[in-house]
Design a protein around this ligand. Structure first.
Ligand code: LM2
Ligand code: CA
Length: 476
């Protein structure tokens, strides 16, 4: 929410992952701003690998989505558009009241190929006018593994200094490299960017991240940029997300995992157990709410081989999980919205040359962030603000209901049948308009009306895989 938070916190954001710049700009004006999204996170905008031929074996996609994670230079010609289009997008989004956060690939450069979207050619460890072998750990003899790659993901010298899946690992501790990276990020800040998702942050020591951050300028809003670190869970002490909390916020991967476990349990009928999320956030072993970007899934987890995370293919359950996260309010919630895919490597809709085409909802793009029920909960989240969760009620299966202080009340049903509940709403007696099924119109309500008695109790039917949500402001 814009209201109570400091400008450094992102509020509710949406990841329009691999949307091209033209489409992000249009979406900021037409949808994100009006819907109350505080920010948008975009895919890595730096010049990247552009493959010219298929590899061998199972390699069938010439321009997989992951080309953009192989940096070639810090020019902003990418699969998503030109530097001019990027600049214009940031300006347009800011004008619509939507801040822009950039996925920053700074731990490494590329690991294959020789040509790029920006037209810059390179050979291993040589990027003309940018980096040479002396700027990388492996050729400098600073990676202790036998082949220059990370073999042991629990050994910090390898995790920090060796090549992650063959990607050439930058000497982020060096002054020269830090200057190049900060130059890139400061250019983005100059264009109006508000902060960064730091890709592969686990593969850089906190001290390197701190040194780079200290070189960053203030944003157009006069504050230091938001800095969220991708530190995957697991591993020993220094490699855990908790070890990076002093250097920035972290991505809430474990929370996404817990949501999948609750919404879609491992039982044969996959009915889930939403009531299990009564304990969530720090009390459930997650990183502190004020230091975490929370989400249902992201571009990596949605492709998880083991199916450990929800994705758009979960349909109504996926939408409901987003609504639950917005209702609960743990972390800074980020809605994930990208393209439909069949195989893991699939490209987003693109021209034959790899350049991504305009996003059209329903035609390869899921547009889950436009879902009415999610947009309603973005507004609900904004309205209830930081009020405490109280009056928690559950049927111990798939229905939960709670209030946020005395600002609002919500009920969610992950079951496959509607459920009538009688619960304490924490609200003054009166008639309230459900913001999910309808809206107030000329003093009336186009959706479900929730009647709260003088003692605060209400009897409400919560739709299957659905939500009923009211606020003090939706009182009729
Ligand atoms: C990340 N965070 O730490 C990103 O969230 C993740 O999506 C990136 O991996 C990774 N780190 C590097 O930025 C993706 C993708 C990989 C892909 C890399 C680089 O998951 O499969 O690796 O991007 O494009 C690909 C090939 C891999 C090959 C590598 C280098 O899949 O087999 O390794 O390129 O050529 C030999
Ligand atoms: Ca590294």
């Amino acid at each position: 929410g814009r209201g109570s938070r400091s400008t450094q916190e992102p509020g509710v954001t949406v990841s329009l992952w691999e949307w091209n710049w033209r489409s992000v700009a249009r979406e900021c004006t037409d949808v994100l701003g009006p819907a109350g999204y505080d920010g948008v996170q975009v895919a890595p905008p730096q010049n990247s690998l552009k493959r010219t031929a298929l590899g061998n074996g199972s390699d069938t996609v010439l321009h997989p989505w992951w080309e953009v994670y192989q940096a070639v230079s810090y020019d902003l010609t990418s699969r998503m558009g030109t530097e001019a289009q990027f600049k214009k997008m940031v300006k347009t989004c800011r004008r619509a009241g939507v801040k822009v956060y950039v996925d920053a690939v700074i731990n490494h450069t590329t690991g294959q190929g020789s040509t790029s979207y920006g037209g810059v050619d390179y050979t291993p460890y040589r990027y003309d006018g940018l980096y040479g072998p002396e700027d990388f750990h492996a050729p400098s003899g600073e990676c202790p593994s036998s082949d220059g790659g990370i073999q042991d993901f629990n050994a910090k010298a390898q995790v920090w200094n060796c090549n992650l899946v063959g990607l050439e690992d930058l000497r982020t501790g060096s002054d020269d490299v830090q200057a190049e990276i900060a130059g890139y990020l400061n250019k983005l800040i100059r264009y109006g960017v508000s902060g960064f998702r730091v890709d592969a942050a686990k593969h850089m020591p906190p001290r390197d991240l701190d040194a780079i951050y200290s070189r960053l300028n203030r944003t157009k809003d006069g504050v230091k940029p938001y800095w969220s670190l991708e530190v995957l869970p697991g591993g020993p002490g220094v490699l855990r997300p908790e070890a990076y909390l002093r250097s920035g916020d972290v991505l809430g991967v474990d929370g996404a995992r817990q949501m999948q476990q609750a919404f879609k349990s491992y039982t044969a009928d996959h009915t889930g157990s939403l009531s299990s999320l009564e304990v969530f956030g720090a009390a459930a072993g997650l990183t502190p709410s004020g230091k975490t970007v929370s989400f249902v899934t992201n571009h990596d987890s949605e492709r998880n081989d083991a199916g450990d995370y929800l994705n758009y293919k979960d349909g109504a359950t996926y939408v409901l999980a987003h609504q639950w996260l917005l209702a609960d309010g743990y972390g800074s919630p980020q809605v994930y919205s990208s393209f439909a895919w069949v195989t893991k490597d699939d490209s987003p809709p693109a021209r034959a040359d790899g350049r991504i085409t305009d996003a059209v909802c329903g035609q390869g793009w899921t547009c889950v962030h436009r879902d009415r029920g999610i947009v309603a909960m973005v507004g609900w989240h904004d309205y209830v603000g930081a009020a405490k969760r109280v009056n928690f009620w559950t049927d111990d299966a798939n229905v939960v209901a709670f209030s946020k202080g005395n600002r609002g009340w919500v009920a969610l049903n992950n079951g496959t049948a509607p459920k009538e509940v009688r619960v304490q709403t924490g609200l003054p007696g009166g008639r309230y308009c459900d913001v999910v099924s309808g809206a107030e119109q000329a003093g009336g309500c186009t959706g479900t009306v929730v009647t709260v008695g003088s003692t605060g109790f209400a009897t409400v039917t919560v739709p299957a895989k659905g939500v009923v949500a009211v606020t003090r402001a939706s009182r009729l």
